[in-house]
Design a protein around this ligand. Sequence first.
Ligand SMILES: *Cc1c(COP(=O)(O)O)cnc(C)c1O
Length: 405
Amino acid sequence: MTRSTDLIHHAYQPPAEFEAPQVGVFKASTVIFPNVAAMRTREWMDKSAYTYGLHGTPTTFTLEERLATLEGGTHCLLTPSGLAAIAHVDFALLKTGDEVLIPDNAYVPNKSLAEGELARFGITHQVYDPLDVNDLAARITERTRLVWLEAAGSVTMEFPDLIALVKLCKSRGVLCALDNTWGAGLAFNAFDLTPEQGELGVDLTIHALTKYPSGGGDVLMGSIVTRSDALARVLKLSHMRLGTGVGANDAEMVLRSLASMPLRYQAQDTAARGLATWCLSQAAFSQVLHPALSASPGHRHWQQLCVTPQNPQGLAAGIFSVVMDARFPAHQVDAFCDSLQLFKIGYSWGGPMSLVMPYNMASSRKRSTGHLQRGRVVRFCIGLEDVSDLQRDILQALNKAGLPS
Ligand SMILES: *Cc1c(COP(=O)(O)O)cnc(C)c1O
């Protein structure tokens, strides 16, 4: 079965004679046991029983099962946000004296967590160049416990040679965790990167369900998925001790949106690619960063992973950035963003409304940015509006800000 069909027809046991398209919302902190023996023997770890709301409900277990299927894993844990999923992985797997390696183009709060809490607990980190496999190889030491991966990277959208990076981690015996928010379990299978040449995959993924799975810009949630029984056990025990569960109403909102995610992802991809291609011809933009464009950094690696015989166009998230020519000062770039009417200024992506955000890359990067043109970066997240309206909006904002079009 294809992923999209599977998301809708995924196994779920409704209450007797209440079969319906949607999963029920089951809410409880307290779960009542029939007797003491049941209280002592019930096992929530394998989802065979319920013990306490924090350990899972029929609603959260169902969402976890569907997400594990979506991403090609076997175990899933829900967290209150995507960032909480990143933090959970760090806290569950790292100890004082360990080192974690993070790509230079990672989701910035991943690095902030390492600089703050992890440093405070005596866990060190290094930032590696995601486009240089040798740079990662040179940074792995006997203290390296975990390598974070992101494909495509945040804001600048470089697509790394994920296969080579994962092979390297395996050969050096370090765990690798992929922030899979961009691919969303649809653009490629993180647990089976080389289906023709035998199984090769990351050890675990995290996913900001806040983005595509929610799809509404109104829910915060994250997930952690793995195929490893041993890792799942470690992650679940930490989850129980840290207490970062999610509410059933939020889980139901994600369940409800999950069925339409493959269609939304495809539509937003098509719209974003159309706009990104058009942006190539705009004089104000010196570079367009979208992995499906041939001149974008890492395009070859995107092609290798995301273009398949079943999907010759490939798949990509509906998000891209432009580099504004360096001759335009920051205030003019800000004026451009302020002049946009349909694109709202805001964080996040994957919702119905298009969003824009200016970035100053110079302040957040440690490794080579030679592949990027100099200038301010503006990120566009494409919603579900008509593409021609979005294009007209960019044109009028360029004009209003005194930029060439
Ligand atoms: C948004 C995002 C996160 C964090 O998700 P939240 O739910 O907002 O905490 C993590 N990684 C990536 C790549 C993201 O885009």
